[in-house]
Design a protein around this ligand. Structure first.
Ligand code: FMN
Length: 455
């Protein structure tokens, strides 16, 4: 059993997952729009040998609950929300090893412009970038972006497949490995014969090329994915190098990990090509009593309305207007389908009810002394999980507690790394087993030209 990888899961907003906590005096959520807390957080995480800081994002408001966005606005629930990617250069400048994963939906920006954006960020971070590919779940996002509403669930994944194809063609195929010559003597920056149009003509996109950025350290950043519906899993099995899951229990995680790994292997990849990160929060105390006291403080401040409005937006269902005792049954949400699937996988014989969804994320937590938390994390590792996306209650407080309290114990047990592997984020995450580029068996590698196989 190898180590766990650790990401800090956060968002460029006031209230991300644990709603109601932003009013505490010991959190810096109100400072989200300035750089200091972000840079200091990145430095803290690097001190704790975290693998990466992971930024979620949405491009619409949560307006399902009570049929209005007002509950979300009052709670600071992912509105206001600033662009996540723009934080990365400042944090990268202040650190040397930490990775940066940011979320961007395929509905949001044309893939040609987006490919240049991620190439730029991979350059500026020296190859420490990951992209969390999402397909959006908020109806409002679809309306904001000119789609009239959210395109149909599986159709969004069809679009995502083609979006990634365009991105791979640009990042992997457009510039050959030795295209850039920087020949000062002859006055030749790059060799025109080694830069290619991609001539992509597809169902959703037409892109001629060439890609505007020269190859960066990883070319394609590490590809994360976070959707666990049937279609989402098929997409993950094909493209993802890391999958962000929010299984309800370690048993549920084991089922999901087995399922997606089997699909990845069926498509020619290896089991270890896909890493799985479980989302969890930790409440740590020097003694169990102290941890339980902190848990009570958190629970007293928690906003039930905030959690309900968040989940309602995930599902596209107004949870204020339905019978919470009604069985969820086979609800096929048009928004996020994976959450319901996760409940069923956690306990297939249980009748899950809408009310069970309200505390879904609030309950994804491990509480206790560092040793107890390490024991709990070991059960997730034993279930096949490769990493944890650590959610905060207060920031940086939750991360400080983890870095200073849990990490030394986890390191002692071989569950957390003591030092970073050299190289790019892709190399670090594989502990040096992978190269800087997508492995040759990844579908993105198909678009490389022979001369670009290089690394
Ligand atoms: C743990 C987790 C985190 C997610 N984070 C985001 C996010 O930050 N932004 C976003 O638009 N979608 C996010 N999603 C949604 C999915 O990525 C996905 O694109 C979509 O909503 C459909 O999910 P499904 O395949 O589970 O039905 C997340 C999903 C999960 C399970």
């Amino acid at each position: 059993m190898g180590r766990l990888r650790f990401n800090a899961f956060t968002m460029n907003c006031v209230s991300h997952i644990h709603h109601g906590q932003w009013t505490r005096p010991d959190t810096r959520q109100l400072e989200y729009a300035s750089l200091d807390p972000w840079v200091e957080l990145a430095q803290l995480l690097e001190r704790g040998k975290f693998d990466a800081l992971f930024l979620a994002d949405v491009i619409g408001t949560y307006d399902s609950y009570r049929g209005s966005r007002d509950p979300a606005v009052r709670e600071g629930l992912q509105i206001p929300v600033n662009d996540p990617s723009l934080l990365i250069p400042a944090m990268a400048y202040a650190t040397d090893e930490l990775g940066f994963a940011f979320t961007a939906s395929v509905l949001q920006e044309h893939p040609f412009a987006f490919a240049r954006r991620i190439a730029t960020l991979d350059h500026l971070t020296g190859g420490r970038l990951a992209w969390n590919v999402v397909t959006s779940y908020l109806e409002t996002a679809g309306r904001n972006l000119g789609w009239g509403g959210l395109p149909e669930h599986d159709e969004r994944y069809e679009r995502a497949d083609e979006y990634l194809e365009v991105v791979y063609k640009l990042l992997e195929g457009s510039w050959e490995e030795d295209a850039v010559q920087r020949d000062v003597e002859r006055g030749i920056y790059a060799d025109p014969a080694k830069i290619h149009d991609i001539d992509h003509a597809g169902r959703f996109y037409d892109v001629v090329g060439p890609h505007l950025a020269e190859p960066s350290r990883q070319r394609t950043p590490v590809v994360f994915q976070a959707g666990s519906s049937e279609r989402g899993r098929a997409f993950a099995a094909r493209h993802a190098e890391a999958v962000f899951i929010i299984a309800r229990t370690p048993e549920g995680a084991a089922t999901q990990v087995r399922d997606v790994r089997a699909r990845a292997i069926a498509s020619g990849r290896k089991a270890g090509d896909v890493l799985f990160y479980q989302g969890l929060s930790a409440i740590l105390g020097g003694t169990e009593e102290e941890a339980l006291r902190k848990q009570r403080e958190i629970d007293e401040r928690a906003s039930d309305e905030g959690y309900a409005a968040h989940m309602a937006g995930n599902l596209g269902v107004d949870l204020s207007a339905i019978d919470l005792d009604a069985p969820i049954g086979e609800l096929r949400s048009a928004n996020v389908q994976g959450v319901v699937k996760n409940l069923i996988e956690a306990a297939p014989d249980t009748t899950w009810r809408f009310g069970d969804l309200l505390r879904y994320t609030a309950d994804l937590r491990v509480v206790g002394t560092p040793e107890q938390v390490a024991d709990r994390l070991q059960t997730w590792a034993d279930a096949g999980v490769d990493g944890i996306n650590l959610m905060y209650h207060t920031t940086p407080g939750s991360f400080v507690d983890f870095v200073d309290g849990a990490i030394p114990v986890l390191q002692e047990r071989g569950l957390a790394q003591r030092a970073y592997a050299p190289g790019t984020l892709r190399e670090k995450l594989s502990d040096g087993a992978a190269g800087p580029y997508l492995p040759a068996r990844h579908p993105g590698a198909e678009f490389r030209r022979a001369a670009a196989v290089g690394a």
